[in-house]
Design a binder for this molecule. Sequence first.
Ligand code: HSE
Length: 438
Amino acid sequence: MKPVNVGLLGLGTVGGGTFNVLRRNAQEIARRAGRGIEIGVAAARDYDPARLPGIGDIRVLDDAFEVVEDPAVDIVVELIGGYSPARELVLKAIDNGKHVVTANKALIALHGNEIFAAAQEKGVMVAFEAAVAGGIPIIKAVREGLAANRIDWIAGIINGTGNFILTEMRDKGRDFADVLAEAQALGYAEADPTFDVEGIDAAHKLTILASIAFGVPLQFDKVYTEGIGRITRDDVAFAGELGYRIKHLGITRRTDSGIELRVHPTLIPERRLIANVDGVMNAVLVQADAVGPTLYYGAGAGAEPTASAVVADIVDVVRTLTADPENRVPHLAFQPDALSDLPILAMDEVETSYYLRMCAVDRPGVLADVTRLLGDRGISIEAMIQKEPAEGVQEVPIILLTRRVREAQMNEAIEKIEALDSIDGAVTRIRMEHLDSS
Ligand code: HSE
C-alpha cells in the first residue's frame, strides 16, 4: 500500500524529535500502522540540520501554508505551537480535507471547540495526545481506557518545567531563576516561560483533561490559575515538617453544583505516590467509580517523549483512515451531541483544606485571636506549628493546617486575620488536598 504522506510544520524541539523518531523507528511503526509513514515535506524557518540526520532528503519550505495546501499531504502535523498562525493553519488543513495531529495545548484549549466542529463537518481527525503531559498517553487512557467509568476527579502534575523548578529548589536549594534557565536550555520550557511558571500551560492541559473526563466543552477562560512564583523555601520546609510536599497541581472535580477547574500550588501528603514525582516528570491521578484510582507517570516534556505521543497519534490516524467518520473515537471522548452543560464553579465555591503561614507578634492571646476568627467561620484546625522566636526577634511564624472549607469563607477569615494588629504582613495560603479515593 502507498505510504501515508505527512506534512510536518515545525522542526524545533518536538518537530525535530518527531522527525528523528519517525525515521529511526520507521519499520516498527509501519508494522503497527499497516503501511509506511513518510514525511514528504516540512516547514520551518529556523532549524539545526546537524540534529536532524536525513533532513536533506525532504523539502523544507519557509511557508507553512504551502504545506497545508499541498494536495499530496494526507496528514498535517502541527508542531509550531502558539495560537496564531497555528489556528489558521489547522483550520486550513481541515478545510482541505487533511487529518491533523498537534501537540499544541494552547490551540486546543482556546480554539478546540471551533477546530473539532470544523473537523466533524469535514469528516477528518484532529489528534492531540502530545498536548497533555508530553509522553504519557493520558488522552487515550481517559478517553478510551476509562470509557466504562464515571470519572470523579483528576489531579495532575502537568507542567514539567514547574515540577523541575520546585524539585531543584527543594532538593538542592537552587535559585528559581537559575533552574528556570536550565529548563529553557533543556527544551522543557515554553517559548514564553511565564506560561510554565504562572500555570497557564497547566491550565491549557487541565482544560483538555476536564473536557474529556466530564464531556463538557473546552472552557479555558474559566480555569482558576495561580503560579509557583510565591512559594518560599520556608513553605517547602514547613510543609515537609508536617508530612506534606508542595506540588503545582491541576485539579478538576465533578461536584453536585458544577465542575472545579483549578491550577495552584498544593500541599499533598508525602506518602502519596504523586507527591514523589520529581524533576521534569509528570503524573496524572484519575479517580473513577469502577476502576478506583489510577496513576499515569512519565516524561512531561522534551523532544522524544513528546514525539512519542505525536507519532502514536499519526499511527492512530493512519489506522483509521479507512474507518467511517461516524465510527471514530470522538475528539472529546463523548459524542458531540452528548456534551453536558454542567457549569464550571467559581473559585469562591470550591471546597478544600488549607496551609496558612503568618507572622505573629510574640505576645499572649495572638493565637487565640487567630483561632477565634477561623472558628467563627466554621474552620477547624488540623495541625499547627509555632516556632520559638529567634534571639532578639519579636515575631514568630505560625503555620496552620485546616480542614475543608469553602474558599469564600477562607478569604473572609484571611482578611480578618491580616487586619489584626498582632499579625504582620500578608497570610500565605496554599491549598491542600489529601487525594484519597473519595
Ligand atoms: N513547557 C511544557 C512543560 C512542555 O514544561 O511541561 C510540555 O508541554
